[in-house]
Design a protein around this ligand. Structure first.
Ligand code: ADP
Ligand code: MG
Ligand code: MG
Length: 211
């Protein structure tokens, strides 16, 4: 049976898809300044693939199973560097959540996913990529491993804020990875689109769970 988590995860996923579709033009615009202009489209492709999947499937009660499904969907349908990187993130994040759904396992999952993205993508925080939003948020989420359940929402809120601050910080970073590394730093005045997308995704999850 799907269990109570199933409905919560469906709600969070629906919110993420809506947020990505709302940000499509903004992300394309940011990617036109530093890349090839399709970052909103790649994220919208992922959102539409997930929405389609949600229409025809019950969300599994096991979060690890859900993240595995998402890893395949994103791998097949998202495209771009971000499709490959999110697929690696989700496949690695799924493992600690097989048969586990406690806050500490989610924290571990986010950490494993980020490490996989760094390992395969070869970027580090400071390189003007989605890692600049993801890493500070994931660092905050590690507090879930030792926090009482009463502060889970406060940790999530702080993680969302750190992702936003991290995305904003990419405005003044020169790129070391991805297409933006071919652009001189004085021409980069806007934030990295992938980092902005990470912040939007985390905010959507937070608002679906707590809003
Ligand atoms: P593409 O560059 O193939 O067009 P997208 O436009 O979908 O892909 O995604 C671009 C985003 O991917 C960048 O804004 C950046 O945040 C992220 N990115 C690119 N390379 C890396 C990498 N090696 N590690 C992490 N994120 C990366
Ligand atoms: Mg692009
Ligand atoms: Mg592209």
């Amino acid at each position: 049976s799907p269990g109570p988590l199933s409905g919560v995860m469906r709600k969070a996923l629906e919110a993420v898809c809506e947020a990505l579709l709302q940000h499509q033009e903004e992300l394309n615009m940011l990617d036109r300044a530093a890349g090839d202009g399709d970052c909103g489209n790649t994220h919208a492709c992922a959102a539409k693939a997930i929405q389609e999947w949600l229409l025809g499937h019950q969300v599994p009660g096991c979060p690890g199973q859900l993240l595995s499904v998402l890893a395949s969907l994103v791998q097949e349908r998202m495209g771009g560097s971000s499709g490959a990187l999110y697929s690696l993130f989700l496949a690695a994040a799924a493992l600690p959540l097989m048969g586990q759904s406690d806050a500490a396992s989610w924290a571990k999952a986010m950490h494993s996913g980020t490490e996989a993205m760094k390992r395969y993508g070869g970027a580090e925080p400071g390189d003007r990529t989605m890692l600049d939003a993801l890493c500070p948020a994931v660092e905050e989420l590690q507090k879930l491993s030792s926090s009482p359940p009463t502060v889970v929402m406060a940790v999530l809120q702080a993680a969302v804020e750190r992702a936003k601050a991290g995305a904003d910080s990419t405005k003044s970073l020169s790129a070391q990875a991805g297409r933006a590394s071919y652009i001189a730093v004085e021409h980069l005045t806007q934030p990295d689109p992938g980092a902005v997308a990470v912040a939007a995704i985390l905010r959507a999850v937070y608002e679906a769970l707590c809003g």
